[in-house]
Design a protein around this ligand. Structure first.
Ligand SMILES: Cc1cc2nc3c(=O)[nH]c(=O)nc-3n(C[C@H](O)[C@H](O)[C@H](O)COP(=O)(O)OP(=O)(O)OC[C@H]3O[C@@H](n4cnc5c(N)ncnc54)[C@H](O)[C@@H]3O)c2cc1C
Length: 324
């Protein structure tokens, strides 16, 4: 343990796993996130009594390090197994799919416990001088630290580094700039009666517009409010990025009408500029020792909840070693 402060930008699963591991090792760590709540793409949207998971829908576990966290979450009622085989896809291999009880956000909420997190803090520029990082917020506030960990989607990290005139000082900068993300679009519906989506309450689709539909009312801990999440296919999200929401929602609803079997009484759209990394890097995180800068998140290994978590964890382990 040292007296060096570690600043982590982003409190999605990567930032939170990193922050918790550093804190556990006795380091002084703070997190900054532009959102009002932690979780990033593992978010649960509430409006009146309605509730939807509108980012990640479930996660899988393939690595023992992550499995030990998931076991604790299971014991504490934070996560539960949802299903192990996609409905109607008997040829697929079975694999447990977990969801957060009462919403995917229950996991980041649980991981936030005891961490020093500053929400609604959008990092605007960063500067490294005299062995100190100065992080300037859009609001004008300034935070300082000696080690910096950046976990927003990689293109946002690259932009931040470029706008701060630091990008060209990094080793392997072209590798970082090579990662591209797919756009995403989540349509959240409220129905006037239960949907016709069969148990366990989700279907993978391929109708050109929609790739996924889930009935949140069938998920553990959700209110019985007939709230449906519909994800556009990446191509449709991209093609309609600049189109009006009314037209997009109408077309998507029409394409899934037989599965709804009910009237839509309310809807909302959320567009994700950075949904999934198309070409993630092969390493689990990036570190520039001279700059005291670490980068983690789902742009490393694969664009999934588990990989993002492991990226944050591996970044923390590496920092712990180098600060010894
Ligand atoms: C629609 C959708 C569906 C998905 N479905 C699945 C699924 O079913 N299963 C699965 O495993 N994965 C799924 N994913 C992918 C999964 O959600 C991500 O891989 C994972 O959550 C990424 O975590 P992260 O911590 O790397 O990034 P994020 O969750 O994006 O966290 C980054 C954080 O950085 C913050 N931030 C960004 N810029 C700044 C700034 N300048 N200042 C301060 N804070 C900043 C953001 O607010 C955010 O909280 C899905 C993603 C989407 C969008």
């Amino acid at each position: 343990m040292t007296d060096k402060r570690i600043g982590v930008v982003g409190s999605g699963i990567a930032g939170l796993m990193c922050g918790q591991r550093l804190k556990e090792a006795g380091h002084s760590v703070f997190l900054l996130d532009k959102g009002r709540r932690s979780g990033g793409r593992m978010s649960t949207r509430n409006k009146e009594s309605w509730q939807w998971d509108h980012g990640a829908q479930y996660f899988t576990v393939r690595d023992d390090r992550f499995a030990s966290y998931v076991d604790t979450w299971k014991k504490n009622g934070v996560v539960i197994e949802w299903f192990d085989l996609f409905p109607g896809q008997a040829s697929e291999k079975t694999e447990a799919r977990y969801l957060g009880v009462n919403g995917m956000n229950s996991i980041p909420k649980n991981l936030s416990s005891g961490l020093n997190i500053h929400q609604s803090m959008c990092v605007d520029t960063i500067d490294y001088k005299k062995s100190t990082w100065n992080l300037v917020m859009k609001s004008g506030e300034v935070f300082t630290c000696e080690e910096l960990v950046l976990t927003p989607p990689l293109p946002q990290v690259v932009n931040l580094l470029k706008e701060s005139n630091l990008f060209n000082q990094l080793t392997d900068s072209s590798k970082l700039a090579s990662v591209e993300y797919e756009k995403g679009l989540s349509l959240m519906l409220v129905l006037d009666k239960p949907s016709l989506i069969p148990p366990p309450g989700c279907l993978k689709l391929d109708n050109g517009l929609v790739s996924w539909i889930a009935d949140n009312s069938q998920k553990e801990g959700f209110p019985n409010q007939n709230c449906i999440t519909v994800h556009a296919s990446p191509k449709y999200a991209d093609d309609t990025w600049d189109e009006g929401s009314n037209r997009v929602a109408e077309a998507m609803i029409q394409s899934i009408e037989p599965l709804l079997g009910a009237n839509v009484v309310d809807w909302h759209i959320h567009r994700w500029l950075y949904a999934f990394a198309k070409n993630p890097l092969k390493s689990s995180f990036y570190r520039d020792t001279n700059m005291h800068l670490t980068i983690a998140g789902d742009a490393f290994i694969s664009s999934r909840v588990e990989s993002a978590a492991l990226s944050g964890l591996s970044a923390a382990e590496s920092l712990i070693q180098s600060l010894k």
